[in-house]
Design a protein around this ligand. Sequence first.
Ligand code: SDX
Length: 428
Amino acid sequence: MSDKAKITFGEKTCELPVILGTEEERAFDISKLRGDTGLITLDIGFKNTGSTQSKITFLDGEKGILRYRGYSIEDLAEKSTFLEVAHLLIHGELPSAKVFEDFSKDITTHTLIHEDMKRFYEAYPSKAHPMGILASMVSAMSTFYPGSQDPNREAESINRTIIRLLAKIPTISAWAYKNSVGHPVVYPRNSYSYVQNFVNMMFSLPTEDYEPDPLVVDALDKLLILHADHEQNCSAAAVRIAGSSRCNLYSAISTGVTALWGPLHGGANQAVIEMLDAIHADGGGPDKWIEKAKDKDDEFRLMGFGHRVYKNFDPRAKIIKKACDGVLSALGVTDPVLDIARHLEEVALRDDYFIERNLYPNVDFYSGIIYRALGIPTDMFTVMFALGRLPGWIAQWKEMIENKEPIGRPRQIYTGAPHRPYVPLSKR
Ligand code: SDX
């Protein structure tokens, strides 16, 4: 197959090199296009446009494949731990026992947030959405660590910022939840593992002895692995383009939190549960809602369905769906919306509208059911997504910086008013 593409426009012809990926994906590099032909490309939503070459995550949307640094998501979800996957994504390799011990210890000893940051929580309204708190607290971290401003500083300073983010964001997140329910915050404990610490900060109370349930810890650890990265999704692209201005890493990650919040992206997990609860309240029948989702005049969408890349089952949805039963029965929890979700999926996947558009359940369709069974409140679901995606965002930012990629600055086609003279107010 040719290693060049040719574009002819009028009298001009431009030969463009074809880039070949590890799994035989192909792209033609248009870096010279405008210079050779005067043309730019237009691809609203970047549905056909690659923004970078990356070694972090591989997706095959047709085959439903997801790999982090070459390891399949099925293997990692079953055999690894979230912190180990975080190291893999950020540093490119599964850590040796010694490296992992140092990495974990480094994180454990940075879990406290500056006591001055605690005062921020007194200022937020008690019903503040925890994603709004998370985005602002992560950005505020840059004010407490002025030395982290320059992302081109020596590796040690960058690594310390990475450790601080991984260590402190679970604390910030759990304290946002405690703020919302008016409970006293719970400090991290060095004797706990990463996810155990988060569960303890979320659910323990000064009025009783509490030990995080190992089943809850294991289920959350798996969910965090499944959310850890997903190549150039909306929020990862936001982190990369924000970071390309060479702002500090805290600010770039805060951009990712903000982008993830949208209901078309990470906010979908909260929207799915709200949708399933509405269907349950409405009597539970899926048919009316399937019709609403198909109706172009109705803005309702089947939340948790569809994906820009997966035109087959999202492999993460398969794993979460399978885990649903195990987690709910082990916790002795029944949730009527699980049957509604299953029935909705069954009816949708038999319907031509969904089949023709390759709309399958995505990672958000079942995740909320498990989060709820674990005691996580609905408006914390997207915070859980952010906790999982944090190492992926960091890995994407780090790769962009290490590759010295230029500032991201897309072009446009202008379709506004042609040149026109100014008309003074008295004459308008
Ligand atoms: C995540 O990119 C990632 O990797 C994201 C993510 C990650 O890990 O980072 O995987 C996480 O964000 C998962 C997606 C969560 N969002 C939702 O579940 C929201 C519901 N889904 C849709 O809004 C939609 O499917 C998107 C946003 C996920 C994808 O949108 P696209 O690729 O822009 O597709 P589209 O909106 O152009 O839809 C194509 C067609 C349209 O119909 P036609 O105009 O062709 O007639 O499919 C229809 C859409 O109306 N469609 C849906 C639908 N999703 C798409 N119709 C009903 N219900 C839906 N859920």
